[in-house]
Each structure stands twice: as C-alpha cells, then as structure tokens.
Design a protein around this ligand. Sequence first.
Ligand SMILES: NC(=O)c1ccc[n+]([C@@H]2O[C@H](COP(=O)([O-])OP(=O)(O)OC[C@H]3O[C@@H](n4cnc5c(N)ncnc54)[C@H](OP(=O)(O)O)[C@@H]3O)[C@@H](O)[C@H]2O)c1
Length: 236
Amino acid sequence: MTKFALVTGANKGIGYEVVRQLAEQDFHVFLGARNEELGKKAAESLGLSNITFINIDISNTQSIQNSFKQILEVTDYLDLLINNAGIALDFGTLPSELKVETLRQTFDVNFFGTFQMIQTFLPLLRKSESGKIINVTTDMASQTMFDNGETAPLNILGYNSSKTAINSLTLTFGKEFENKGPEILGVTPGFTTTDLNGNMPGGNTTSESAKIITNYALSNENFNGKILNKDGIIPW
Ligand SMILES: NC(=O)c1ccc[n+]([C@@H]2O[C@H](COP(=O)([O-])OP(=O)(O)OC[C@H]3O[C@@H](n4cnc5c(N)ncnc54)[C@H](OP(=O)(O)O)[C@@H]3O)[C@@H](O)[C@H]2O)c1
C-alpha cells in the first residue's frame, strides 16, 4: 500500500530535503509551498515521479481547504504530516522593541497555521494505520532549556514564543490522541544554515537537519505528545 506524506514549506530549506528523503523511502510526497512557481520548480528539480506539488499557504484558511480537496483527489488517507512551514521575523529585535503586528504575523503562520493544518488533515491521518504528525520546533522554544542557557541565546520573543505555542499543540493534541492516534510529536532539527536565519554560517546542512526529522518520521518508537531533538526527548 502506498504511503502518503505532506510536507509544508517545502520549496526550499529543511522541508525541501525532508521531501527528498521521504520520496527516496518510497513515500508519495506532497510538496507544499505557498508560492506556486517556487513550489512547482522545487518539485520538478527533485526529479522523482512520486512527488506532487501542492499549493498551501498555511496562514490562509481557504488555501488549506483547497489543498485538502486536491489531496483528496489522490488519496483518502495520509500517513505523515510534517508541519515544517515557519517564519522568523524578529531576529535582532529585543522583546521591548517588537511590534505587536510582527508578533501577530508570526503567530498567524507558526501557531494558527499549524493548528489549522492539524485540524484539517486529521480525518485523513486517522484513516492511516500509522498516522503521524511532526511539528517542527526549536530548542529555544523549550522554556527550561532556554532559561538554563542550553540553547542559542537568541531572545526573539516572536519566533520563540510562537514555537512554544506549537509545542503546546503537540502536548494538548497528544493528550487527545493517546491510544487512538494519530501520533503527534515536535522535533527540533537544531541550528541549520538556511534563509530563515539569513544563512548564518556554522549550522547543520539542510540535509543533516532533514535526516533528524525523517528519522523520527520513520521510527516505530512512539513519542506521542513529546518534543525531541536529535538525541531524544527534551523538556518543555
Ligand atoms: N534554520 C534553523 O536553524 C532552524 C532551527 C530550528 C527549527 N527550524 C524550523 O525549521 C522549519 C524550516 O525552516 P528553514 O530553516 O528550512 O527555513 P526556510 O528555508 O526559510 O524555509 C521556510 C519555509 O516555510 C515556508 N513558509 C513561510 N510562511 C509560509 C506560509 N504562510 N505558508 C506556507 N509556507 C510558508 C517558506 O516559503 P517561502 O519560500 O515562500 O517563504 C519556506 O518554504 C521552520 O519551521 C523553522 O522554524 C529551523
């Protein structure tokens, strides 16, 4: 039976490599992107017949619903949903200087968008025997690790708190899904050199970070309701 996966924000960066790695594991992968031209180009550039471009802007309810209908034309179940799409608009901005509009915009994508993706695709994930949702997060969103100085010291309230809110989705949906599925977990790929951070040098390659995510995606071990880095469960 064909395994189906949907990855959001996959026209570049970590998501693009997650698509490649899952497609190489014989998943039929829906490559989600908000920009149609960039998404189509990305899907074509991977050169694999088991990849289908899907237009999704996760901050737009209509766009999410349209993508759901498009996917329904191909399959009535989904094995994997990788909520990878995300934005960071406040690198270098202190909390006291952050504009409320910027904070709202960040939450619109990272939190409300991810929430709507989970709710919308839940019926398809429930039809899979092994439905799994991975919310891509950051260790800086772990209040414990950030407070203890165990992460990069980037005090970026917008990005970090929106990811903490995503962690809360992982915990609360995880409590609801216990025993009946799908499994939901949060994974941080760790610092990665991508457009998100202005291609700051010294991070993982996108391929290395994607591997951390796909390893959990393919794992048979159950991590429902937990957040994890490459070494295992991390604190809230
Ligand atoms: N890079 C790191 O160090 C790091 C560390 C921890 C976690 N992460 C997380 O990893 C994920 C991927 O980030 P990345 O580093 O690969 O960054 P990236 O290269 O900037 O990729 C982000 C992707 O999200 C898409 N996106 C943004 N807003 C969207 C929306 N409203 N709807 C749909 N797609 C949208 C972008 O599309 P466009 O091309 O159209 O903008 C792009 O495809 C993010 O969730 C990020 O928070 C990254």
